[in-house]
Design a protein around this ligand. Sequence first.
Ligand SMILES: NC(=O)c1ccc[n+]([C@@H]2O[C@H](COP(=O)([O-])OP(=O)(O)OC[C@H]3O[C@@H](n4cnc5c(N)ncnc54)[C@H](OP(=O)(O)O)[C@@H]3O)[C@@H](O)[C@H]2O)c1
Length: 300
Amino acid sequence: MIGRSILICGASGQVGQTLTERLRQTGRDVVAFDRRALDIADSARVNQVLSTSRPSVVVNAAAYTAVDQAESEPEVAHAVNAEAPRQLALACVNVDAALLSYSTEYVFDGTKAAPYTESDPVAPLNVYGRSKVLGEDGIRASLERHVILRTSWVFAPGRSNFVTTILRLGLERGTLRVTDEEFGCPTPAGDIAEVSVALIEAMEKNRDMPWGTYHFCGAGPVSRYDFAVAIVREAAATTGLTIDVVPIKSVEYPTPAKRPLNAVLDCGKIARVFGRTQPDWRDPLAQTVREFHCNRMVGR
Ligand SMILES: NC(=O)c1ccc[n+]([C@@H]2O[C@H](COP(=O)([O-])OP(=O)(O)OC[C@H]3O[C@@H](n4cnc5c(N)ncnc54)[C@H](OP(=O)(O)O)[C@@H]3O)[C@@H](O)[C@H]2O)c1
């Protein structure tokens, strides 16, 4: 099957863009579509594009990721995160392609006292999480040859994410209040791309590979507060600027979407099956902070 192309949807997102670059570096034939070129909620167009490209693997890196905004736009979140992945999976059946799709730690309610495994029951607290659960279910019901990779707290240089939000608001305000009750694992998009390249290789080589759902995120759970402190320390080292971070409780900073307090994923399964260990996020964090600083200096 190697020789056929790999088709990526959502190619201008953090994961989509990083993965497209990595795959092209390996010399693979990658057909990459951003939202403008392929709206995954347009199933007729999805079918047309897949029939033309006939890829071996389709990667769904497209998603509606505005967690708070989803509370007031549930139909859009549902169309992109729930219905579109199901249609994408059905389109894959038509062209005999496998599907790699990403999901989130927000499928869980965060009440477990330990990291979440793939077999733990889902119980999302917000619209975004519910839409992602339905997307997962639609893929499982439609296509056997799929991998759903759940991840958390994704960041990449040059993109909008928790790291750049802390830096932007920190520079504006000088002091930030961040919850020390939410725990999770920051995950560099570069490491998601790397593990995705390995998964795609396995998906192409072996029709009987262990398909299904896997967790993958960075090493060492931290609170949002601890992560913010790591970000501003890195900024101080890079730029000499000081941003104060004050720990608060989640109730002191209400958001439209409720978030799980324990958003830590157990990554034992992907380690056992594919030998993939959880990456350290500190070097990629330094790179993201440096790039934010450079962009600021040149007024981007
Ligand atoms: N970001 C996180 O912290 C996080 C955490 C856990 C799981 N995940 C999951 O990881 C995956 C990748 O996330 P990410 O961080 O790379 O997100 P991202 O940077 O927000 O990228 C998502 C991409 O999807 C595109 N998109 C939105 N609606 C679309 C549509 N209808 N058709 C085609 N493309 C569409 C967006 O286009 P525009 O750029 O035009 O908006 C964007 O480029 C997603 O499945 C997400 O749910 C992310």
